[in-house]
Ligand binder design. Structure first.
Ligand code: GAL
Length: 658
């Protein structure tokens, strides 16, 4: 069964609506819904007083309809009685403002009262529903990521730092605490980063994010242990939020969940949404693959794309295409936020499978079509590797966006997204890998702006290239060590020998100040005063203070090749370079000769070939087999309508008729 459904909030509706919900779910082919994510106040209206009757009825209705239940613990939104009884469990901002209930996620993860209340409600749910026949999966909390800077957090942070550094001397060294007289003489003096007079200590900030990731993880594993105790065998997960505000190292968390679940909301409509969808799917499946877990798209918006300022309706067919882009990458299904649009509350205008207009709507009709299609598919294996990987590291992201950097513009996620985008456009299947992971299976590894690099990662990359790997490193990589301290002797300290270069000075560029290159392309964001030390220049700066100096280099290192980009190439030039490097390394796109905007995803097993036409023109793609969408046989070519798709169960090209 593929999961198909979404967050279902029956507690927001009178019971008369529930039967209608279930009937509409069946019509839409819904197989699973997530229940109870924000229902704490209705489940435990006063401390220790539980009201499970309504949930019993809901689970019974769903079970009789054959709909599986992803049961949430509601701990992302403590009820008002809780925060009034335990004001010390309300979060405190870096400025020292204690927040009040009235929204959601208003808790301090380190507050003992909050943790105890979470354990209690998790245990109450687990004892009551652990053996329920509709229970499919536990969904702990929602999008862990809340920050707090209070005294509870200070104490927990101090314990975490003691564990990490053992002695204060080592902390003082790691934090460069001699700088600005920040030398600590007692663990109790070390605080979470709070509002301060000028630039804060960058390693303190980095460690705080590391700590938060671990602290939130401890809150998750505490609930997981309770759920496993009362419901052995039922998998446990939590949904990962993607975004730069999230202080969670997803690659590490992936090892702690039974199924990696992500929420994905593209930031802009059109092709950007298609590209971001592919990126999110590739990240999730890569975290899952490295952890040996399956994965699932737990939330997406059914009808619209949110741009921050306004909502833009998804183009017809985009909902299905985006969903299939995830399924093609191995997602165990397609889940939405949310089932039915509420009448009130902060998210009353959020998209839903049943919008305010009701089932007589395009979105519900599309949801029904998608449900019918998914009902005919089964789980597919993750895509076959094309031998191309992009390195991903949350800690490097956090460190590379701290205070006091030479420029605020080389945004890590932008750099990662740009590398993914241009390779995706060129039709490659793209994995993400950790910097210390075994890379020997990859022909090409791309390293976008990996500011912080551990010694082990530097050795790993050196060994990879020495063994014949091809590597493309972009600017502002390999600058700092695990303590976020600068590696000396010329940038990039971790990779000088490998890249055959030495960078003497950074020349960051203003946003409206592109730099011309000898190839006729242009660079932006960054430039560098770079010396060759074994590498050859492939492109040089043309004009400006760096006129004639190398901008892009290539270094044959032992059995492999290491490229370096000292500026951000525009997408065309970047795509040309990465595609050229991939081909030279022996990697090939999923399908040769696809039109721009047509995506092909081929699972590693014998699952079908997914062909997604993200353009507004019909296209024809070579393929043979049976199209699982139409049931028709495909002989040599399949026609995809504008915005359309096909799922071709291929005939093996190797079994030609005699
Ligand atoms: C998610 C969250 C949902 C809902 C949704 C709105 O991040 O988990 O509860 O708020 O965003 O887009």
């Amino acid at each position: 069964m593929l999961y198909y459904g979404g967050d279902y909030n029956p507690e927001q509706w009178p019971a008369e609506v529930w039967a209608d919900d279930v009937a509409l779910m069946r019509r839409a082919g819904v197989t699973a819904v997530t229940v109870g994510v924000f229902a704490w106040a209705r489940l435990e209206p006063a401390e220790g007083r539980y009201e499970f009757g309504w949930l019993d009825r809901v689970l019974g209705l769903l079970h009789r309809a054959g709909i599986r239940v992803v049961l949430a613990t509601p701990t992302a939104s403590p009820p008002p009685w809780f925060s009034l009884a335990h004001p010390d469990a309300l979060p405190v901002t870096a400025e020292g403002v204690r927040l009040c209930h009235g929204s959601r996620d208003t808790y301090c993860v380190s507050a003992p009262a909050y943790r105890a209340a979470c354990r209690r409600i998790a245990r109450a749910l687990a004892t009551r529903y652990g053996g329920h026949p509709a229970l499919e999966l536990w969904h702990v909390h929602n999008e862990y990521g809340t920050r707090c800077h209070c005294e509870h957090v200070a104490t927990a942070f101090q314990r975490w730092l003691e564990d990490r550094y053992d002695t204060l001397d080592r902390l003082n060294e790691a934090w460069s605490a001699a700088f600005w007289s920040q030398w600590y003489g007692d663990w109790a003096q070390v605080l979470p980063p709070r509002a301060t007079q000028y630039l804060p200590n960058p390693t303190q900030l980095l460690d705080f994010r590391r700590f938060l990731s671990d602290e939130l993880l401890a809150a998750f594993t505490e609930q997981r242990a309770i759920l496993r105790e009362f419901a052995p065998g039922v998998p446990v997960t939590t949904n990962f939020a993607l975004g730069d505000w999230v202080p969670v190292d997803h690659a590490r968390w992936a090892r702690e969940v039974d199924i990696v679940a992500i929420d994905h909301y593209p930031s802009a409509p059109g092709r950007t949404a298609d590209e971001e969808t592919a990126l999110a799917g590739d990240l999730a499946r890569s975290w899952a693959r490295a952890a040996g877990r399956p994965w699932l798209l737990m939330e997406q918006a059914p009808g619209v794309v949110y741009t921050g300022r306004r909502m833009v309706p998804k183009a017809p067919g985009q909902l299905a295409r985006h969903s299939l882009a995830h399924v093609a990458r191995g997602s165990r299904g397609v889940m939405f936020f949310q089932w039915r649009a509420p009448r009130g509350g902060a998210e009353r205008f959020h998209a839903a499978m049943v919008p305010h207009a009701g089932p007589e709507s395009r979105v519900y009709r599309e949801a029904c079509e998608l449900g019918a299609l998914l009902g005919r598919l089964s789980t597919v294996d993750e895509p076959a590797s094309a031998g191309v990987a992009i390195l991903w590291d949350a800690q490097s992201w956090w460190a590379g966006e701290g205070p006091g950097l030479p420029s605020a513009d080389p945004r890590y996620f932008d750099a990662v997204a740009a590398a993914h985008r241009v390779l995706w456009r060129a039709g490659f299947a793209i994995d993400f890998a950790g910097p210390e992971e075994d890379l020997s299976g990859y022909r090409l590894v791309v390293v976008p702006s990996l500011y912080l690099v551990t010694d082990a990662a530097a050795d790993n990359l050196r060994g990879y290239v020495a063994g014949g790997g091809h590597l493309v490193v972009s600017f502002f990589s390999g600058i700092a060590d695990a303590d976020a301290q600068v590696r000396l002797g010329g940038y990039p300290g971790a990779f000088r020998e490998l890249l055959g270069i030495r960078v003497e000075e950074f020349h960051p560029l203003a946003p409206d100040e592109p730099v011309a290159l000898s190839t006729g392309d242009s660079g932006s964001v960054w430039s560098e005063y770079l010396h060759l030390a074994g590498a050859e220049a492939v492109a040089s700066y043309a004009g400006g203070p760096l006129d004639g100096l190398p901008a892009v280099t290539r270094h044959g290192y032992r059995a492999g090749v290491a490229w370096y980009l000292s500026t951000r190439l525009d997408d065309t030039a970047h795509g040309r370079l990465l595609t050229g490097a991939a081909h030279a390394a022996g990697a090939a796109p999923v399908c040769a000769g696809l039109a721009d905007g047509v995506e092909a995803v081929r699972p590693s097993g014998d699952g079908p070939l997914f062909l997604l036409n993200h353009t507004d023109q019909p296209v024809t793609v070579p393929a043979s087999g049976v199209d699982l969408v139409t049931g028709r046989s495909v002989d040599g070519a399949v026609k995809l309508s504008a915005g359309g798709f096909a799922i071709v169960q291929e005939r093996s090209p190797h079994i030609d008729p005699p």
